[in-house]
Ligand binder design. Sequence first.
Ligand code: TXA
Ligand code: MG
Length: 330
Amino acid sequence: METKILQPNDKNYAYCANLLRNGQVVAIPTETVYGLGANALDENGVKKIYQAKGRPSDNPLIVHVADFEMIEKLAFVNDRAKIVMQNFMPGAVTMVLKKKDIVPSCVTGGLDTVGIRMPANEVALRLIKESGVPVCAPSANTSTRPSPTKATHVLFDLDGKIDAILDGGECSLGVESTIIDLSTEKTRLLRAGGMPIEVLEEKLGEIEVVSSSSIALCPGMKYKHYSPKAPVFLFLPSKNQVEKVIKAYDEHKGRAVIFALEKNKEKYGERTVYCVGKNDKDYAHNLFDLLRKADKNEFDLILCEGIDDSGYGLGVMNRLIKASAGNIIQ
Ligand code: TXA
Ligand code: MG
């Protein structure tokens, strides 16, 4: 099958909406990362997602909606969910709620809950509206690879495996949504991401953080995720972080690249540096693209500056910890 990159125009919205209604998969842009979408109410379509991605089928999918009515059809909306809907949707937050029977268990990996998100992206919202169905979508990368933030990233991973990629340009945030569990008595953070928890807590009250990015050594963190081909080493924030990065770079015999904040770039002199931007938000925006770029340019070691856990930093550190698969330097 030929995978087409399609520009968002009337004809292509209609074409992609039709693919979704007919149980096919389409890659769609969102403000976080590209998703690999299918009609969440069509088991055949959902199965195609798992096949294309090479993803274990017990890992549940997030269902994307374009309006609140769709949410009511899929899940039991409690008071905290209403607060999230009123204040943060559309946006980079996914809420986990008790599901209604209409949601097939292949979407939720057999769980009695469902993850729901309304993306803040015009292309995604129009496609979902036009298709008339809720769209379940994991990130549109091959499992274990960095999530895609450009249509070309999706094509690189999934060329020949899906019909179409709707090209919405570069994702504005560049890191996946923050996932919160609202199905339990206490609100719990399941994944840090594109919506800082401090922002959510202003309206929702305290959110329980079960695994903070600083608990780097918990077992689940060892699994390969967000991985480029080259090993990633993460240098936690410390007084002599830059010196430690330099030492590792200089001791390495092959081709290393440093992911550094703009303020530190000069300190590395002639060494190869990819600048991740000025702050935590820039880092979140650039991280996946730079991991892929490092692969393309065949570096064999990636040395990343870690940052503080606040704001977007928590999501960034969570990805870096996973990408580093335990190669963490204090
Ligand atoms: O920003 C995003 O969230 C992107 C875009 C495409 O929306 N999607 C995304 O999907 O990152 P994915 O499949 O790569 O990650 C979704 C995560 C998985 O780790 C999955 O286990 C978790 O959400 N998840 C989904 N439904 C859940 C549920 N009912 N309970 C707990 N975790 C759930
Ligand atoms: Mg993913």
